[in-house]
Design a protein around this ligand. Sequence first.
Ligand SMILES: [Mn+2]
Length: 343
Amino acid sequence: MEDRFPEIIIRAKQIALVTHTHPDGDAVGSTLALRAFLEENCGKHAVKALYPTPWPDSVDFLFEGIRDKVLVWEQDPRETARWIDGSDLIICLDFNVFSRTDGMEGALRGSAAPKVLIDHHPNPDRAAFELCFSRTETSSASELLFQILLTLPQSGGMARNLPQRSLDALMTGITTDTNNFANSVYPSTLQAYAELLSAGADRETILENVFQCFRENRLRLMGHLLRDKMVLCPDGLAYMILDAATAAAYDIRDGELEGMVNLPLSLAQVKMSVFLREEGDHFRVSIRSKRGWSANRCAVEQFHGGGHEQAAGGRLYFPADIPSPADAAAYIESHTKGYLNEN
Ligand SMILES: [Mn+2]
């Protein structure tokens, strides 16, 4: 571990915690866990978590009582930029390149403050960071952060010295990024989880909020997608395309499509699943693959994106990549072939 980190924290007067656009449970969990630790264990009160776009409802419970400690760029770009400009330390969690922060990218790049990265995606932009905690052999940024926190003197090396908020946020991040322990689970993941549990993380509340608080619309849409939209190709590809009109008809909110891409993988013949959601001038693309096929390579080479080996994302623009939204299906079918034959 980097032994300069404690010193960097102590020196900082105002801190910005930053994560990727469309923040998921790990993005929210890691930023909020670190925020609580900096406040309660390090006595840092000028700390805010900054999100490019709003967080999903399923993790809203983690924000109770600390709404004045967070900013959303999309809702308040001026205040968010002001916080970045005034910060003398920027800590980036759960992403590897500044382009993942959408509208915040310029302000972040423009800041002269030292930047620290805590992340589990491959190929981070190391040159952009003063300090780089990067590990891919871990479930989540939350798990990696947990291990880092235990090396800091302010935790005394014990999970039970972490604030309750940190315990809950870290457990949320690990739970969501592993899809409730279905993927990316390492021995260290279970170890971290066990320590969080014995230290008092509120597992029941987390599971209830993350998996049992969805709106009816989401489940209805899931039914519609599986029955009417899922396409199964003979080469092992499954894909679903959600157009803007359908998403609007079901009143779908940010974060409610999380996990939709995983559904076709329950079929034996499916090797890779692609989910497209229309958004303005592009489709947001999610890709999941079974072991032996690379969602990451497909996302990097065909969809301007990337991520992890079995879970990645990107975008498909029209008219830059395809003439119109109606051409998306043909694009997917032809541009995923190379990733399904080999193994
Ligand atoms: Mn993550």
